[in-house]
Design a protein around this ligand. Structure first.
Ligand code: IMP
Length: 194
């Protein structure tokens, strides 16, 4: 029988991806599913601290094992920016359009467009807290390509593929993505700790 697992996110795109990755094993519930309206802040300067903080906050609020993740796009020529500030790169409005436009503008003078997505997933069950990392390397394209995915997907070209994340079918993105890799490590941990 499938078990339920809590994911400390209100981002339905992320929830959908994670549910696809955990299909047949877990039913993923997000903050919206639980009608948990309080926004959990991401106050720290590292993905690790933010992920751990969100998982611990949700555990404290609901007293149920849960996991949280934080993701950043790290662009080499920009000193790994936007990184932990990826959601608010162009301002507090957290606009994907504005974030991508600013990224493309800031990269114009640079020839090296290499980048990576990094996800840190934190699991908290009250007694222990574990971290799992997933990284996918690639480059930032000069124009947006594709309509799938979300966030920076239209400008992220994963290494070894001649397309953006937004042009990829979901299953392929899930298999090679930062979040997919972190979740696979998490699943291994869950299976080994049964
Ligand atoms: P956060 O982890 O929700 O704080 O996301 C940080 C930023 O990275 C947001 O602007 C997201 O839209 C973006 N982001 C997170 N995961 C992905 C992804 O898989 N593809 C593209 N953008 C992403």
């Amino acid at each position: 029988m499938e078990k339920t697992i809590l994911f400390a996110t209100s981002n339905e795109n992320k929830k959908r991806e994670v549910q696809e990755l955990l299909h047949n094993q877990y039913i993923v519930q997000s903050l919206s599913d639980l009608h948990f309206e309080d926004e959990i802040p991401e106050p720290f300067n590292t993905l690790e601290e933010n992920a751990q903080y969100k998982a611990a906050q949700l555990y404290r609020a609901l007293n149920l094992p849960c996991f949280a993740e934080d993701t950043g796009l790290e662009v080499f020529s920009l000193g790994n920016a936007p990184g932990v500030k990826s959601a608010r790169y162009a301002g507090e409005q957290r606009s994907t359009e504005d974030n991508i436009s600013l990224l493309l503008r800031n990269l114009e003078p640079h020839t090296d467009r290499s980048a990576r997505f990094r996800t840190v997933l934190a699991y908290c069950d009250g007694t222990t807290s574990f971290l799992f990392e997933g990284i996918v390397e690639g480059t930032i394209g000069k124009i947006k390509r594709g309509t799938g995915g979300f966030g920076y997907d239209p400008v992220f070209m994963p290494m070894g593929y001649d397309c953006s994340f937004a042009e990829m079918d979901k299953a392929t993105k899930n298999k090679i993505s930062h979040r997919g890799i972190a979740i696979q490590k998490f699943i291994k941990y869950l299976q080994s700790s049964k």
